[in-house]
Ligand binder design. Sequence first.
Ligand code: HAM
Length: 417
Amino acid sequence: MKYNALKGMEDILPPDVFVWQRVEALAREVFGLYGFQEIRLPIVEATEIFVRSIGEVTDIVEKEMYTFRDKGDRSVTLRPEGTASAVRCFVEHSLHTMPSPQKFFYTGPMFRYERPQKGRFRQFYQIGVEAFGAAQASLDAEIIIMLQNFLDRAGLEGLNFEINSIGCPECRPGYRDALLGFFSDRLPDLCPDCQRRYETNPLRIQDCKVQGCITLRQGAPVVPDHLCEECRTHFDELLSRLAFMKVPHTLNPNLVRGLDYYTRTTFEVTSEHLGAQKAVAAGGRYDRLVREFGGPDTPAIGFAVGMERLVTLLKEKTAPELHGPKVFIVALGKEAEMEGARIAEELRAGGLRVEPGYDGASLKSQLRRADRIGAEYALIIGENELRVQKVQWKALKKGEQGEVGINEISRFMGIRK
Ligand code: HAM
């Protein structure tokens, strides 16, 4: 019987995994500089958490969640994103009692039952950040700058930072009315989903991917024209800070995002090299969500980076390579193998990566293997070598060779005791 991974779920193998590790390490470093600390959240949560936050009338909740009943007959869901869990965690542990703002980051797999295509998976990884407890536009600017800094240091170029404000519950009713007015005589031509959205959540029409709806919404009212005074001031403050810090960005008044929890600032980072799924990272403010989850009024903002898309862009620039060990030990005969294992441990203790030839194969085939895995040195030990307490060495890439005493190997390899 031959098994395959489920559709839309991928194995990540070397050498690609090295790119992942590098990006994850960089995220820790850069986000750490801005005071973000890691949290580890469960992958499965009560379904209600996602329905309440992401919104009942959204693609994620309506069509894409991996929801099932567990053995205790509870409805649980494989997390489709991290923000809802982070907010649940913030409220559950009363983290608002700690000094604000509280800044967290997380990494891990997310699950959405979408139609798999280039850059779109059913299990995909995000690195996300969430900052709680500061409403000031200076935090929005700092988070956007941090994201740019991270993507820049990762080596990405030619990205477009799209920014918008989608207002708050104060401005929403006015905008909603304007949208309803605009779409009222176009209603019969909207897709069935949008006809339903018209009644339940008209803002979502702005996010519909059906071509007919995209055409129909040309010229539709945009949120920034309907912002209340406070949201306008917040947005202007953010824009002036971005200008002051010379942060390149584009205003995109149509950027409404596919999740309902957002208020005010929203942003998306896109690349033209990714095809249809062009968002590498996205985020925004969600000033009402902590309150809705039963916590105190706590403004918050965050973003998540799509790891697969980021890694795709990096691999386009430089193909990842397999790195071989420093030393390959070619041992001929049982006793030599035992001595080889001892030498391997000595060198590993000195910080070198060492591979032994496990199989008792011939000299030729062990050397061939050393070469194939890209070892820098081969150390050859046979009966003669054991008798005179010396090994032969070969620098495989340079094509040099010689002999060294068994007691001298560490020093020869540059290990200082
Ligand atoms: P999102 O826009 O749904 O936002 O996802 C963020 C990023 O995850 C996307 O820009 C994309 O790079 C990646 N992504 C999403 N779906 C897929 C998929 N099916 N396959 C591959 N990559 C995907 C959120 O998830 C919010 N929680 C972000 C946030 C954090 N907002 C505030 N804090």
